[in-house]
Design a protein around this ligand. Structure first.
Ligand SMILES: CC(C)(COP(=O)(O)OP(=O)(O)OC[C@H]1O[C@@H](n2cnc3c(N)ncnc32)[C@H](O)[C@@H]1OP(=O)(O)O)[C@@H](O)C(=O)NCCC(=O)NCCS
Length: 371
C-alpha cells in the first residue's frame, strides 16, 4: 500500500453535482461563466440540490422557503454574548452556532430524505442570519431582521449593514455567492461527505465542513489575502514585498490550486468586480496592487490566482470586515455541502480509506517502571 500525499489524484467518489475537467468548472453541466453571468444564487442552490434549474414556480417556492426559515433561535444569538466576542474568530463562532442550531431542530435526527431536505433549507436560510447577527452583536448593534422581498444576496448585505444595498453591490455579492457555491471534492466538501457517510446527521456534516473550510490553505485564504494587501499598503511597495516573500519560499495567499493548472475560471469574474467596485469606492489601489501581485507571482512561479485572490478586494469594497470573508465563503458553500450531503445519503457507503504504515515493526510491551 502506497499513500498519495494529500490524496492527490485519488478519485474518492462519483458525483453528479459539479466537475472540473481541463480547467473548466461546471455545476451540473452548466459552465461557471454562464452561471456567474446569468444566475441568481437561489437558482444555483436549486440546481445543486435537484440537479436541474428550477422553473419559475419552483424558484419562487424555494425563495419563499428560504425567507420563511431565516430566523434563528434566540438562544443561538444569546450564546454570542456568553464569551469574549471580540477575541473569537467568526469562523469559530459560526462552527459552534451551526452545531447549536441542530439542538433546536426537532428533526435533527430524522434521516429520511424529506426531513433532510427540509433541514437543508433551514440551514441555508439561517446561516446568513447567523453570520450577520454575529457581526452586528460584536459591534454592540442589534441583529437586523431579514426582508422577505429581498434576494438572498441583497438580504445578507441588508442584514449586515442595516441599510438597503446598491444594485452594483448586490450584483457583485450574488456573483461571489454563485462562484463559491460548489467545487467538486474540495477539502471541506470531502469532510462533510466523510462525516455523513457514517450516517451521522446533517448538522454534524455542516459543522465538520465549516471546521475544514476555516484553514488558510482552503477558505481562510481570502482573509489572508486582504491581510497581505493591507500590510503592503501601496502599489509601489508590491515588488519589494512579494519578491522577498518568494525568495523566502513563503506561500502567496490566493495563488495556486491542487486541481487547476492554467487558472481558476472563477478568478476572472472577481477580478472584473474588483476593478469596478474599487473604482466606484475611489480605492483603486487594492485592485492595482492585486494586479501587480498577479503579474509577479504568475511571471515568476507560473501560479495563477485562485477564487480567493480577487474576492478579498471585492468584499473589502463592500465594506465587509476582513474576518467575515471566510464566513461568507461558508454561507455560499453551504449550498454545495448540503448538495453533497444529500447525494451521499442517497447512495451511501462508509468512507474508510487505509493508511500506509511507516511506524516501527512489532514491539513488545514493557512495564512502565522498566522503560
Ligand atoms: C491551494 C494549495 C493549498 C494547493 O496545494 P498543493 O496542491 O498541495 O500544492 P503544494 O502546496 O504542494 O505546492 C506545490 C508547489 O507550488 C508552490 N506553491 C503552491 N502554492 C503557492 C503559493 N500560493 N505561493 C507560492 N508558492 C506556491 C509550493 O511551494 C510548492 O513548491 P515546491 O514544489 O518548490 O515545494 C496551495 O497552492 C496554497 O497553499 N495556496 C495558497 C493558499 C490558497 O490560496 N488557498 C486557497 C485555495 S482555493
Amino acid at each position: 500500500m502506497t499513500a498519495s500525499k494529500g490524496l492527490e489524484g485519488v478519485v474518492a467518489t462519483q458525483s453528479a453535482i459539479s466537475s472540473i475537467i481541463d480547467d473548466t468548472l461546471t455545476y451540473v453541466g452548466y459552465d461557471i461563466d454562464d452561471l456567474a453571468n446569468n444566475a441568481s444564487f437561489e437558482e444555483v442552490v436549486y440546481l445543486l440540490w435537484h440537479q436541474r434549474l428550477p422553473k419559475a414556480d419552483e424558484l419562487a417556492e424555494l425563495k419563499q422557503q428560504l425567507a420563511d426559515n431565516m430566523s434563528v433561535p434566540q438562544e443561538v444569538l444569546n450564546h454570542f454574548k456568553t464569551y469574549d466576542i471580540q477575541s473569537v474568530h467568526p469562523m469559530a463562532a459560526l462552527r459552534t452556532a451551526v452545531s447549536m442550531l441542530g439542538l433546536f431542530d426537532e428533526e435533527a435526527e430524522e434521516m429520511n430524505p424529506e426531513a433532510n431536505y427540509r433541514k437543508a433549507i433551514r440551514l441555508q436560510a439561517k446561516i446568513s442570519t447567523v453570520v450577520t447577527a454575529f457581526a452586528r452583536i460584536r459591534k454592540g448593534e442589534e441583529p437586523v431582521s431579514p426582508k422577505s422581498d429581498l434576494s438572498y444576496a441583497a438580504n445578507f448585505l441588508y442584514m449586515l449593514s442595516g441599510n438597503m444595498p446598491e444594485d452594483i453591490e448586490v450584483e457583485a455579492f450574488n456573483k461571489a455567492l454563485v462562484l463559491h457555491a460548489d467545487h467538486e471534492l474540495n477539502a471541506s466538501t470531502f469532510t462533510a461527505r466523510v462525516a455523513v457517510a457514517t450516517l451521522s446527521d446533517v448538522y454534524s456534516g455542516l459543522t465538520a465542513a465549516i471546521g475544514a473550510l476555516k484553514g488558510p490553505l482552503h477558505g481562510g485564504a481570502n482573509e489572508q489575502v486582504m491581510k497581505m494587501l493591507t500590510e503592503i499598503g501601496s502599489v509601489d511597495k508590491v515588488d519589494e514585498v512579494i519578491n522577498e516573500k518568494l525568495a523566502n519560499k513563503e506561500k502567496i495567499m490566493g495563488f495556486g490550486h491542487r486541481v487547476y493548472r492554467k487558472g481558476d475560471p472563477r478568478a476572472k469574474h472577481l477580478r472584473e468586480m474588483s476593478q469596478k467596485l474599487t473604482e466606484i469606492r475611489g480605492e483603486e489601489k487594492w485592485y492595482d496592487m492585486s494586479v501587480r501581485i498577479e503579474e509577479i507571482v504568475t511571471g515568476q512561479k507560473n501560479l495563477p490566482p485562485n477564487v480567493d485572490f480577487y474576492s478579498a478586494s471585492v468584499y473589502h469594497s463592500l465594506n465587509i470586515d476582513h474576518d467575515l470573508f471566510t464566513p461568507i465563503f461558508a454561507v455560499s458553500r453551504t449550498s454545495g455541502w448540503l448538495a453533497h450531503i444529500l447525494e451521499q445519503y442517497s447512495n451511501n457507503r462508509l468512507i474508510r480509506p487505509r493508511a500506509e504504515y511507516i511506524g516501527p515493526d512489532m514491539q513488545k510491551y514493557v512495564p512502565v517502571e522498566e522503560r
